[in-house]
Design a protein around this ligand. Structure first.
Ligand code: EPZ
Length: 417
């Protein structure tokens, strides 16, 4: 099992080019199934979650070719509508194939998804919505059997929570349904807009993505196209946290600054100066950060839950005490025990974490508990005194492309063993 070795307390400086968005790439690659044609996807990040998604496309019969960050998918010969358990377990987001498989084949058979254990990851909203679109669903012994004998028809769907995955599955299924589908209380994340843009380039008729109500007019059929994936705002926020934690000065390049509108004020409150320049952000950090009084994670455009762990890590050595409230996932503080092993002072009360800044962290042997928790431990290792060893970096490789390379290029002492 490979691990990362970090010698801390080196100020980061230079430029980091941010990868394509993982949480855009996964639904967009699944969407290529809908076309029965050839599609070209650019700026696709090199991640194990992308590899898992491509394995599923190949398994159902697509021809897939990767050339750097360009992925070519021909889904003409796809002919399977079941996904075996080992492929479903590789990552939680394999549930995103439910919509495309039913829309393409009129049936789907999946086991319950695996992935990061951030708490129970229910899919009740996905299944409720698909039933409204005309899907008959039976769930037993961990297997989800879906059939749409009369095909899919439009529906009015109101989500009790603006679930990203449920919004995506509905868009994927409804874009070739008979009639119009209206989603109210839809997720508004930039990745939803990116998926809508891609589907519309395939010939779908989707409007309102990024607002609370999304309207999908069912199209006869979709055809292949070319699409470039948006930059990964969570990877960008994570690298900003690494720069801030080390008192560094880093240009975060190839991003959409407006996707970070809820994150930039947190860095400014902690004492960093943040300058936006076109498609990059220059972050300049003080030697020691100030505590940030209050951070609460919310659906977009609120503060993103995925940025909570790395930003908590950077605040462990800030001056003062701050409060973080994690409102999206029930169990997204698994990185706290690793941070405490490194000397952090964090008190947990349910959704609330009280972070009391300490003068410094010290290196330790820790294990990544999940994807963003792993990023938090990297941020902590970069600012800790001495050597940190991070095991379980397979979690980190799910969402960060060449993390040790990008950080070494801006002065970090980090290597993969
Ligand atoms: C997506 O997960 C992202 N993953 C997550 O990123 C991200 O944290 C999350 O959205 C929130 O922004 C991908 O896009 C692949 P949700 P998803 O459905 O779709 C509850 C990362 O680190 N819920 O918006 O699973 C659920 O339990 C990952 O890159 C239901 O109750 O998120 C959770 O509490 C982690 N019923 C909340 O909604 C449902 O049917 C948010 O879930 C679905 C969700």
């Amino acid at each position: 099992m490979s691990k990362l070795i970090i010698e801390g307390r080196r100020k980061l400086s230079g430029k980091i080019e941010v990868q394509g968005a993982k949480n855009s790439a996964l639904p967009i690659l699944a969407a290529t199934l809908l076309t029965g044609d050839s599609s070209v996807i650019h700026n696709c990040p090199d991640l194990s979650d992308v590899d898992s998604t491509l394995d599923i496309l190949r398994y159902v019969g697509c021809y897939v070719k990767q050339d750097g960050d360009t992925v070519f998918v021909d889904s003409k010969c796809a002919d399977k509508s079941d996904i075996p358990d080992e492929l479903m377990r590789a990552m939680r987001s394999s549930i995103i194939f439910l919509g495309p498989l039913i829309a393409r084949f009129g049936s789907a058979r999946l086991t319950y998804p695996g992935g990061c254990e951030l708490g129970p990851r229910p899919i009740d909203l996905h299944l409720m919505a698909l039933r409204l679109l005309g899907v008959e669903i039976t769930e037993q012994h961990g297997v989800i059997e879906c059939r749409a004998p009369q095909g899919l028809h439009g529906a009015k769907i109101s989500l009790s929570f603006p679930s990203v995955g449920a919004t995506e599955n509905i868009m994927l299924a409804a874009c070739v349904a008979e009639g119009t589908t209206i989603i109210t209380n839809a997720a508004r994340e930039p990745e939803i807009c990116d998926l809508a843009d891609c589907l519309n380039s395939f010939g779908a008729r989707i409007s309102g993505a990024g607002e609370g109500t999304v309207i999908i007019d069912g199209a006869e059929r979709l055809s292949g196209s070319m699409h470039t994936i948006i930059p990964d705002r969570i990877a960008a926020a994570s690298y900003m946290a690494a720069a801030a934690a080390t008192g560094g000065r880093v240009l975060i390049d190839r991003i959409v600054p407006s996707h970070l509108n809820s994150v930039i004020p947190i860095f400014e409150e902690s004492g960093c100066t943040v300058k936006q320049k076109g498609n990059s952000i220059l972050i300049d950090a003080p030697n020691r950060l100030h505590a940030v009084n209050f951070i609460r994670t919310m659906p977009f455009p609120g503060f993103p839950t995925d940025a909570q762990p790395p930003i908590m890590a950077m605040l462990t050595t800030a001056k003062g005490t701050g409060i973080i409230v994690e409102n999206i996932f029930e169990n997204r503080y698994k990185h706290v025990c690793g941070l405490e092993r490194m000397g952090a002072k964090i008190h947990l009360e349910g959704k609330v974490a009280v972070v009391e800044g300490v003068p410094e962290l010290y290196g330790a042997r820790v294990a990544a508990p999940d994807l963003r928790g792993g990023a938090a431990l990297v941020v902590a290792g970069l600012c800790a005194n001495g050597r940190t060893e991070i095991n379980g970096i397979n979690f980190i490789d799910r969402g960060y492309e060449n993390i040790e390379l990008k950080l070494s290029e801006v002065g970090a002492s980090i290597k993969r063993l």
